[in-house]
Design a protein around this ligand. Sequence first.
Ligand SMILES: NC(=O)c1ccc[n+]([C@@H]2O[C@H](COP(=O)([O-])OP(=O)(O)OC[C@H]3O[C@@H](n4cnc5c(N)ncnc54)[C@H](OP(=O)(O)O)[C@@H]3O)[C@@H](O)[C@H]2O)c1
Length: 164
Amino acid sequence: MKIIVAADENWAIGKDGGLLWHLPEDMKFFRETTTGNVVVMGRKTLDSFPGGKPLKNRVNLVLTKNPDFHREGVLTAGSVKEALERLREYGQKEVFVIGGGDIYRELLPYCDTAYVTRVYRSYEADTFFPDLDASEQWELCEAGEKREHEGLCYAFTCYRRKKA
Ligand SMILES: NC(=O)c1ccc[n+]([C@@H]2O[C@H](COP(=O)([O-])OP(=O)(O)OC[C@H]3O[C@@H](n4cnc5c(N)ncnc54)[C@H](OP(=O)(O)O)[C@@H]3O)[C@@H](O)[C@H]2O)c1
């Protein structure tokens, strides 16, 4: 399983149920990387999408503890264990964990690669991704060139789990 996330200098990823920036190239990278594959997310991240609708052309698996939760085009799992079981049915597709904070934290141990769009600014936030630079288990393997959009610097980076 792989993670895809956009995080600021302090690994902030969200505030008040939404994102912290608008980066069209990052949206494009996200769309191109995940389309045709499986995306795994928390119920709050699903609710942050327009109309609370799932992402098109992808299998959407949503974690929720609410057994009555149903939404068109969405598969659900009531626990990490159930999510991992459901994902076995999609063995031939790539699986991307797409957030938010709870789900990244809970599924990080099952992931080997993290695509991190690093935004070089510091935002006020209430949701964070684990600091991979401080982790002994992860290493930066690709630090993409710095890009800029309307004065905001960012880069596409990639971290991999260190081999035991
Ligand atoms: N920058 C980025 O790349 C990025 C990506 C995605 C999201 N975000 C941001 O992250 C924020 C949302 O993150 P969040 O941490 O608040 O919420 P979240 O991780 O999206 O969803 C949390 C919800 O998932 C369900 N859940 C969590 N653990 C579970 C488990 N073990 N079993 C079953 N269900 C479980 C619960 O749903 P129920 O309450 O229904 O039980 C919980 O309330 C937003 O601000 C969003 O914009 C940022």
